[in-house]
Write a protein that binds this ligand. Structure first.
Ligand code: CP
Ligand code: NVA
Length: 301
């Protein structure tokens, strides 16, 4: 594994399988790993809000015997109070790894360049790799395989969608993306996906038809709040509801990275319904990230 975890694209499928094998052990035998990262410290630099990412990394680090320090937007004030370079070089003297949640993706790349300790991308405007890795782990846990499955992503071609494209590409899953015009995924990310069949749709029902997994995310991501009104109109026909569900396979899994805007991208009956695995998905964030921390900090292959 590379020094940092910035994108699912940087992992080989073999490395992903190692992460998943370790994740399964961590879930099954939590106590066996309770001292794995004793004496290690994790810095969490967050420029955006978080529930799952922050809590899962902090609790995960605690369960491995380590310590975490949360540095919110007011503490470091990255790029304003001091440069990313100076913050990276300072924190590397204190902590053993850094999780960065930021806006521009280049900030994560710069942090990794100047940090001597591993940097984990805890979400940028472009990517959300920890999410996508935990998502495909969850799918594998439920359906016992990945290769050949089809995931329909209905909604914004955003960070979560991009990392899912990488994850599907690596694991041989097909992906149908339905997004309104102007909100499609980044063309370079689409172009780079070689292993899987990634298809773009303008119609959500067509994209969801006969699929194994239906996934959505908020219509206006963090940083796009001002566009919420405009996006509500553009995304009106891109909601996961019972009508969409009927077109998919009978045992379709419904996923959402959360936080959800119930009644917008997903209806209450669907997110609370029998097909939904959103909270298993959220739980697995912690188990997968514990595996990533062990692999990055202990060089475990
Ligand atoms: N899914 C996810 O990353 O959630 P948070 O924004 O709450 O961390
Ligand atoms: N696309 C969302 C994901 C939140 C976990 C955002 O960036 O806000």
């Amino acid at each position: 594994m590379k020094k940092d975890f910035i994108s699912v694209e940087d992992l080989t499928y073999k490395e992903i399988e190692h992460v998943f094998t370790l994740t399964a052990s961590l879930k099954k035998e939590r106590d066996k790993f309770s001292g794995s990262l004793r004496g290690k410290a994790l810095g969490l630099i967050f420029q955006k809000p978080s529930c799952r990412t922050r809590a899962s990394f902090e609790v995960g680090m605690y369960q491995l015997g380590g310590y975490s320090i949360y540095l919110g937007p007011d503490e470091i004030n990255l790029g304003v109070r001091e440069t990313i370079k100076d913050a990276a070089m300072t924190l590397s003297r204190y902590v053993d790894a850094i999780v960065l949640r930021t806006f521009e993706h280049k900030n994560v790349v710069e942090m990794a360049e100047f940090s001597s300790v591993p940097v984990i991308n805890g979400l940028s405007d472009l990517l959300h790799p920890c999410q996508a890795l935990a998502d495909i782990y969850t799918i594998k846990e439920k359906l016992k395989k990945l290769k050949g499955l089809t995931l329909a992503y209905i909604g914004d071609g955003n960070n979560v969608c991009h990392s899912l494209i990488h994850a599907c590409d690596k694991s041989g899953m097909n992906m149908n993306v339905a997004a309104p015009e102007g909100y499609e995924p980044n063309p370079e990310i689409l172009k780079a996906a070689k292993g899987a069949k990634i298809r773009l749709f303008k119609n959500a029902i067509e994209a969801a038809s006969n699929t194994d997994v239906i996934y959505t995310d908020v219509w206006a991501s963090m940083g796009k709040e001002k566009e919420a009104g405009k996006r509500k109109k553009a995304f009106r026909d891109f909601q996961i509801n019972s009508k969409i569900l009927k077109t998919a396979k009978s045992k379709v899994l419904v996923m959402h990275c959360l936080p959800a805007h119930r009644g917008q991208e997903i209806t209450d009956d669907v997110i609370d319904g029998e097909h939904s695995i959103v909270f298993d998905q959220a739980e697995n964030r912690m188990h997968v990230q514990k595996a990533i921390l062990i692999m990055l900090l202990k060089g475990k292959k």
